[in-house]
Write a protein that binds this ligand. Sequence first.
Ligand code: GLY
Ligand code: MN
Ligand code: MN
Length: 437
Amino acid sequence: MKLSQADFKLRRDLLAQQIGSNSIAIIATRAEMYRNRDADYKYRADSSFYYLTGFAEPEAVAVIETFEEGEEYSYSLFCRERNREMEIWNGYRAGIDGAIEIYDADEAYAIDLLDEEIIDKLLNKQRLYYRIGQNAEFDARVSQWIQKADAHRGGTAPAEVVQLDRIVDEMRLKKSAQEIELMQIASNISAEAHTRAMQMVKPEMMEYALEAELNYIFGKNGCVPAYNSIVGGGENACILHYVENNQPLKDGDLVLIDAACEYEFYASDITRTFPVNGKFSPEQKALYNVVLDAQQAAIDATRIGNPYKYPHEVAVKILTQGLVDLGLMSGNVDELVESEAFRQFFMHGTGHWLGMDVHDVGAYKNGEDWRVYEAGMVVTVEPGLYVAPDDETVDAKWRGIGIRIEDDIVVTENGPLVLTKNVVKTIEEIESLMANH
Ligand code: GLY
Ligand code: MN
Ligand code: MN
């Protein structure tokens, strides 16, 4: 399944409606990124730019202009021109004709003409919408354009400059049925990758070799990882952003995998934690079930009308109770929650918006208050417990155990929909899957 040009056009229609008459929105994609001599990182277009254009090439700028009330808006795409030699070396370009014929632009220009052509477009517009603060170099160009337009004899520069994010981020936050379908595909592929990892792992395997099993499934399906994969055996699971993935996996340890792919620019985000040898120890089992209970309750709390932070509060309470029951903490559960004592073992949030970006756009608060869940929002639910290897406040048997369980949830009229349900997560299911391979 892929989005069509009509889908991207609908998004531009909506943006044009929201910026009001006599306004202009300028949306740039991100630049190519240098890795090391003569080698760039593989290019990935800016999410908001792609969201509005479906155009995945670098060096491009989209301009939406509205005119008087009732008049059609205009969409211009500035992009790289076709160039036989460059295309032989570096690949196909849509060019000016392609921008119009394939990507539905009303007007298209060579990107080299941007500084010149944009002045006419800015003249006498009421408002300029632009994502300020993302790229200092581009910000400087925009302010030069404003000065130039102001000095122009043919009119004046826009009186107001407005942060474009407010509108586009809000559009991106609530996903359409098609977007959810794309996220379901990404989730299914990622779930298959985690299932394979559970089947392939064995003691003494290197963490990177297990990562390669995930990458095989992503790559085979035409996908790339949505973020750097975490494959942490034993106490490496307690390093929240561990990405070295270069240690051997040990018999008796758990391995935590936080890895998932993006499909057609839509991300998934899954974490599973399982025993390297296929069998949980009693301590691993006890902590795992606390995290699983917290995760299931937090998923169930991800419902229309609940405040964004409510699933986190539900998870924290269950995790804290579990830590007290198992003797890792002592005291009154409500007080331990209130004082945030649980942060010794659970130091991150329970989730984040998910979409084209793994940490997706969208405000979490309305002023001082957490916003409430609405249908179409997609959020991760990812509680964890991490006992530092040198934590002398707990019995030695708990030390170095790190567990996180993460799924992707769509908020719907019928309650939480788990996109990532294709990969098992109860102890019985995991042990049975691993035993039967
Ligand atoms: N994989 C990034 C996160 O879970 O937030
Ligand atoms: Mn996440
Ligand atoms: Mn994750």
